[in-house]
Design a protein around this ligand. Structure first.
Ligand code: NAD
Ligand code: GLY
Length: 371
């Protein structure tokens, strides 16, 4: 069989936002195929200028491949340091200084090559440089491919809180090359799978069952399995974002497990847990909370735990976490509105909703069970 026949065919999912609609191209071996990549990027680049925004890790892995596809354009490459701590106003300012020094104008196109940190920062730079320029996402982590590159949430962190400075600003297109996941560290890969499981819980019981049946293929980073879960995840996210771009309602369901998860990350100190790991435990807690409120049939959280464990994800808190500290940390969550904690619960896999009126004792019981 010819090598090309082994590749998965490229697929397109559209984020339907009227005149700001954009395609998510999903496939493999895209970065190594300069002609294919150029074909996807070309319609997004209005002028001759392009600024590739990346970090030192990803630049050394995939920077040359992207540069090859961009031959003929005037390309400048901004390389930030690797790490969540660099998703900061300091890096934002350095990126702005870079674009000014290189004399980029309003027809420039920024290309984010990297994980969610690079994507969120690049999106915010694009939203604000000369009041807004075009940008493209080329996500290279699983979390970024199924979640952060889609939907237009852009941000940098403030010392007082994550993602506190940002804007809703949609890219021109997203290019997802699942081959890049082969170089991803195991923990980062598993953390991305947590977000895939989330889509099964909140929107697609069939996807959840498929994940249960295909754990080995997913753990082996099988191309066909990845094509399936990335496409389905992007479809779900695109649908939710199209219905509620600015999170005034339904988009909040994408935060299933995150109220608990953010508190877990916060209490342990950012950097201890990967975001997806904290979300995995947070989803188990949200599942138990849904059971305690008698919304989710008993036993379903056990199913969720089994799946997360099978995908090499944690399902319990580390020792020493105090339930009152958890409660306090949850109050810091951005989803707390007017002092009221909001939670995403599920009435059964495939559905989710937001609640802010709930039995406090059920919440205490869940915290006591885990802490
Ligand atoms: P990340 O961007 O820090 O990437 C994780 C690590 O993997 C980094 O060290 C990175 O250099 C490395 N890496 C990236 N691609 C690689 C590859 N192909 N091979 C080897 N190493 C690679 O982390 P992340 O999990 O991608 O993103 C987390 C960020 O995303 C957080 O800042 C979070 O707030 C944000 N986020 C945003 C949204 C959104 O809707 N905008 C949603 C979820 C998360
Ligand atoms: N990751 C949650 C959202 O995009 O809304």
């Amino acid at each position: 069989m010819e090598e090309s026949a082994l590749k998965q065919a490229w697929q397109t999912v559209t984020v339907d936002l009227g005149d700001r609609s954009y395609p998510i191209y999903i496939g493999d071996d895209g970065l190594s195929d300069a002609a294919k990549l150029r074909q996807m990027l070309q319609p997004c680049i209005r002028g001759q200028q392009v600024a590739v925004m990346t970090n030192d890790t990803v630049a050394s892995l995939y920077g040359d491949q992207l540069s090859t596809a961009l031959q003929g354009y005037s390309v400048d490459v901004f390389v930030m340091q690797d790490g969540e701590q660099y998703k900061s106003l300091e890096t934002y300012t350095a990126a702005m200084d870079f674009l000014m020094a290189k004399r980029h104008n309003r027809t420039t196109c920024l290309i984010a090559l990297g994980g969610g940190v690079v994507g969120d920062l690049t999106g915010f730079v694009a939203a604000t440089f000369q009041r807004g320029v075009d940008f493209v996402q080329i996500p290279t982590t699983l979390l970024a491919q199924v979640d952060s590159s889609v939907g237009g949430k852009t941000a940098v962190n403030h010392p007082a809180g994550k993602n506190m400075i940002g804007a809703f600003y949609q890219p021109q297109c997203v290019v997802v090359d699942s081959t890049t996941l082969q170089s991803l560290p195991a923990r980062e890969y598993a953390a991305g799978l947590a977000e895939v499981v989330k889509y099964g819980v909140i929107a697609d019981a069939e996807l959840f069952a498929w994940l249960e049946d295909n754990q080995a293929a997913l753990n082996a980073r099988d191309a066909a399995a990845l094509a399936h879960v990335i496409k389905r995840s992007c479809e779900i996210k695109a649908q939710v974002v199209a219905a509620d771009e600015r999170e005034s309602g339904i988009r909040a369901i994408l935060n299933f497990g995150h109220t608990f998860g953010h508190a877990i990350e916060n209490l342990a100190g950012y950097g201890t847990w990967l975001h997806g790991e904290a979300v995995a435990v947070g989803m188990v807690m949200a599942g138990r909370f849904s059971e305690c409120l008698q919304l989710l049939p008993q036993g379903q959280t056990e199913r969720l735990k089994q799946l997360l464990r099978g995908l090499q994800l944690p399902v319990a808190l580390q020792d020493g976490v105090d339930s009152s500290a958890m409660l306090q940390a949850m109050g810091m969550d951005k989803k707390a509105m007017d002092g009221k904690l909001r939670f995403i619960v599920t009435d059964g896999f495939g559905t989710a909703r937001v609640i802010d009126d709930y039995d406090r004792q059920a919440l205490q019981a869940v915290l006591a069970e885990f802490c």
